[in-house]
Ligand binder design. Structure first.
Ligand code: GBH
Length: 496
């Protein structure tokens, strides 16, 4: 016989167990895409060339399947279907980006494209009509080629160019768009673009251009944030930040946290410390190591540009939330004399080497290993380093095979969301929202159409680009509907 006391006890236990897998009541779920990856219509109406149009057309070998985004998912024509998919998933918000050369064909605000303006108006209004919040990224890598010809992200004037472009967008859409991302992943814009690995504009200058870009991209973000803060926030009261791509750097066995901190300063701190830290500016250890390395190499000044007090103040505190794109982890160890470093394998300046752990799960991308605990540690690290800032996960996801039965994606999302929940419920990290990347298969940059990140599969052979929900889409919809991970069991395949 079970006594009433025992029944109550069991019920309580079940409740505690259940809440562990349950999201806070006001937690928000979304999906993301970006303009060049989905829109197509690369030369429709008065749209001009972006650096990705130029790269894919003039240098097809830079893309593994020699493809391009000329048509992509054809979202320029199929935005209604895109909205329908967001409705099917039941997401609270849809994160998409605006194409700079579609809105401003000259790159400058002297001419605003009527068709470009209407396209995003339709998308925004269509989402709002269905109760879905538009979350808008101002810059997701498709720089007008004209601005690239003027030096792109190495020219400090880009701080004003981006500021003007952002102001045009606020004037057009800030009455309805309440959450903004200024710039997506500065580290890709600077560190990948100048590394000579085929990322637009494919200029090889890892030592200098890369760090000029780092400073300019952060100043441009700060400019866009300040324009919003001063001229638009009083009327519209939205929130705005940038999205950083942050890897979790874990010390290798036998290595110290200090060693991992060296990698963190270069990979994460370089793009976060100037914005989110109380004191602002570069992480001190990065400034010191960069100065030492530059001196050894014979430079007269540090390759990491110095910041004036005004610049430090200009960037410091320009956020309303921490925008986090997170996919994977890396192990860190100290560099040994016989290590030869190349792009992504470590940093000569910091004296660290980066490696994957054989214990982490493989995905179909070489660079993306599944280490869900890394997300929890990273969330705690961000809170401990910068304080109790609200965090929005603006991207998380993985690629699958070209199949509708994407068990690996279900598994990845379940485990990463589970760790996020532990950070929220156990560690009390203030995470407001989660964005699955991506709504649908799309042009995956240098991987072309080989990598499939979509909750929806897209048939790129069919001129109509039909979209079909994968297993993971059904899983995500059910998680959102129930506000809990307990439904996961139905979508897993435990035999795999
Ligand atoms: C995100 O960046 C992007 O914001 C998004 O547009 C993209 O679709 C998504 O990733 C999925 O890739 O093979 O060694 O050359 C994540 C950053 C992108 C960084 C891929 C590493 C390949 C490195 N990562 N990149 S490598």
């Amino acid at each position: 016989m079970t006594t009433p006391k025992e029944v109550v006890f069991c019920l309580l236990l079940a409740l505690v167990g259940a809440t562990k897998r349950t999201f806070p009541p006001d937690f928000k779920f979304g999906v993301g895409t970006s303009a060049y990856q989905i829109e197509g219509a690369w030369n429709v109406s008065d749209k001009t060339e972006s650096i990705w149009d130029r790269l894919t057309h003039s240098n097809p070998g830079a893309i593994v399947d020699r493809s391009h985004g000329d048509v992509a998912c054809d979202s320029y024509h199929q935005w209604q279907r895109d909205i329908d998919m967001a409705v099917e998933l039941g997401v609270h918000f849809y994160r998409f980006s605006i194409s700079w050369p579609r809105i401003l064909p000259t790159g400058f605000p002297n001419k605003i494209s009527k068709d470009g303006k209407n396209y995003y108006n339709n998308l925004i209004n269509g989402l709002l009509a269905k109760g879905i919040e538009p979350v808008v990224t101002i810059y997701h890598w498709d720089l007008p080629q004209r601005l690239q010809d003027l030096g792109g992200w190495t020219n400090p004037l880009i701080v004003d160019w981006l500021g003007d472009y952002a102001k045009v967008l606020y004037s057009l859409y800030a009455d309805r768009v309440k959450t903004w991302v200024t710039i997506n992943e500065p580290t890709l814009i600077c560190d990948m673009a100048y590394a000579g690995i085929g990322f637009a504009p494919m200029i090889v200058d890892f030592d200098i251009a890369r760090f000029l870009c780092t400073k300019n991209v952060l100043m441009a973000h700060a400019k866009a944030w300040r324009i919003y803060d001063e001229e638009f926030r009083p009327n519209y009261n939205g929130k705005i930040s940038l999205s950083n791509h942050v890897i979790w750097y874990e010390p290798m066995e036998g290595e110290t946290e200090e060693t991992a901190d060296l990698a963190r300063a270069m990979g994460e701190g370089r793009y976060s410390h100037p914005i989110y830290s109380k004191e602002g500016g570069w992480p001190p250890i990065l400034e010191q190591k960069m100065a030492e390395a530059s001196r050894k190499e014979g430079y007269w000044t540090s390759r990491l540009p110095a910041l004036t007090t005004e610049e430090i103040e200009f960037m410091r505190g320009t956020f309303d939330y921490y925008g986090l794109n997170h996919y994977t982890s890396l192990l860190v160890r100290r560099q040994r004399p016989d290590d030869v470093l190349h792009f992504m394998s470590g940093s000569e300046e910091m004296g660290v080497v980066l490696e994957y752990s054989p214990k982490w799960g493989n995905t179909s991308s070489e660079w993306l290993k599944s280490n869900p605990e890394g997300l929890r540690k990273l969330l705690v690290y961000i809170r401990d380093t910068y304080g109790d800032i609200p965090i929005i996960i603006t991207e998380n996801g993985c690629a699958s095979s070209h199949s509708l039965e994407d068990y690996n994606r279900v598994d990845y999302h379940e485990k990463y969301m589970e760790q996020m929940l532990l950070a929220i419920n156990e560690d009390k990290v203030n995470v407001l929202a989660y964005t699955a990347w991506s709504l649908m298969d799309n042009f995956e940059w240098n991987d072309g159409y080989n990598s499939r990140f979509g909750l929806y599969e897209v048939d790129f052979e069919d001129p109509l680009r039909p979209r079909t929900p994968r297993r993971s889409a059904q899983f995500y919809a059910d998680v959102i509907k129930s506000n809990s991970l307990d439904v996961a069991q139905k979508y897993r395949n435990d035999e795999l």
